[in-house]
Design a protein around this ligand. Sequence first.
Ligand code: ASP
Length: 666
Amino acid sequence: MFDFGFLIGDVETRCFASLNRYAIVSNIFCQRRETSRLNKFIPPNSEIKNYPSTPKSNIRIPKSKITSEFRNQNITFAIFTKNCTMLRTHTCGELNINNLGQTVTLCGWVQKSRDLGGTTFIDVRDRYGLTQLVLNVDTDAALRETGRTLGREFVIKVSGKVIERTNKNLKIPTGEIEIAVSDIEVLNAAKIPPFLIEDETDGGEELRAKYRYLDLRRNPIRNNLVLRHKMAQEIRKYLDGLNFIEVETPVLIKSTPEGARDFVVPSRMNPGEFYALPQSPQTFKQLLMVSGFDRYFQIVKCFRDEDLRADRQPEFTQIDCEMSFITQEDILNIFEGLTRHLFKTVKGVEFDDFPRMQYADAMRLYGSDKPDVRFGMEFVELNDVVKGKGFGVFDNAELVVGINAKGCAEYTRKQLDELIEWLKRPQIGATGMIYARYNTDGTLKSSVDKFFNEDDLTNWAAAFGAEKGDLMLVLAGTADKVRKQLNELRLEMGSRLGLRDKNTYAPLWVVDFPLLEWDEETERYHAMHHPFTSPKPEDIAKLDTAPGEVRANAYDLVINGTEIGGGSIRIHDRDLQALMFKHLGFSKEEAQKQFGFLMDAFEYGAPPHGGIAFGFDRLCSIFAGLDSIRDVIAFPKNNSGRDVMIDSPSTIADAQLDELKIKTTV
Ligand code: ASP
């Protein structure tokens, strides 16, 4: 919030005298090479503190809004703030001790008012901050009258002089000054808001969702959106700098295959037919590559009709990208660069190269394709160590695997029983847990002492690399299931041990995903990423013999155990794409009907290409230190997919249904 200095030229020639306005004709004060030359025009003790880089401005500023001006030779130099408008000179967040004596006009909302006999103090708030107003109601009857009517959240316009406060509040930037109000105008009255518009509010989630426009007045929520804005700007800056162009793709399309349910929109002009909302711009961005746009990006809304969770919304935003003439290495480098750029510019955090992990290792060591690598606690497989001792649970299990909870040997029986109950909840579904304590006195004790003596447990400890004071937690069962369960346990223990600090960031590339994934329900292979993902050339032969073993040129970026984004190198050859559809169980006709346009395009010179998409909301929520993406979205939906503020979804009139030739059965 600095004052802005603009060279506005000779008043006689440049000033719109009749309108009493200045035309801002140059921003040369912003240009470093000019400052020394122009410094001589700036009088000593002037209010100009820096030369911010603003674009050459075409705005015309009314003379009354210029806080000071001076002439030097035939050049007039005027000072005003960039937030000044016809109604205000400054915002509520920018006045400070340097503005003492100035006459200013502010607009904003009444945060609170305190009546101290002859003086009334009012805090006026806007997006930029809070300024204290002082109304001498003893001497000014008009002020007294208006002052009396003001309630919380009234919108006011006040003019007055900036004076020094006797009782300073050094916690806020405006805390050393106040405005001695000479004039006050109510621009709009307000009902008493249903909850406190404060950082800590008394409003419950439902209530705040209904009055989201009021919730958005609160600093924590607004700050999230400011952060999101800043990130979006930096993304555009970075990608534009690398020759990416932003292209909009349509929203009314037909189904895209990201694996979720589509939202559909009936077509009035084509009765009985429906558009689908894009789950992502996947096919369009590939077509743009065929069109020769070799670097595309879009910050774009995507729609997926899925059950909602904290990090899911039916509509969400992707940073969607695609590139031609690249390999996986190019994509990883450029988007690691983007992530680094964001962390550096927005959070001031710098990283070494992001580690990379094979999908197979991620599953083996963490039981997850998005491991939280802020902490170790890697899985230790114990089949060789524990089998053959007569303990059926281990002997009959496909996999016995555990983690070492460092320093937890003192866990009480009660704590451990609770942990076992926690694991047995249907969300996790473990049948039980075995534990072994490596006591501080060097003894080893397990929950299966009947089968394992101290020597055996010493072998366990060696496998875990456990030390005195540690607690070994072991699960057994079928490999896939038990890995998933142990992943949950590992994350829980990580949280309990304080190893998942929100201000620590651990990015990780997971690479070499399988191409296909077996789906128990449909008894078919599905594309793990999507059907346009290219198999690794060396694995193509396995498509017929061992489809589950074919690896893809596919990659995910994971930060702190959250999947931030994923992408792949694509198929760009019609025959390979057709083969892929065949393996996914599409008939020739189905494949042609749904994706013929793409396969046709591949016959007109499709370049090798690949891409990635980041979940923008998730990235923002990680930057903001939030668990939910809801608060980085201005108007989110609740867990049932409803917008309770506008009350949507809602029924529509029969006439509208008739027009669409739709009959509902509910
Ligand atoms: N369209 C993909 C997705 O939404 C991302 C990509 O492959 O670029 O997951």
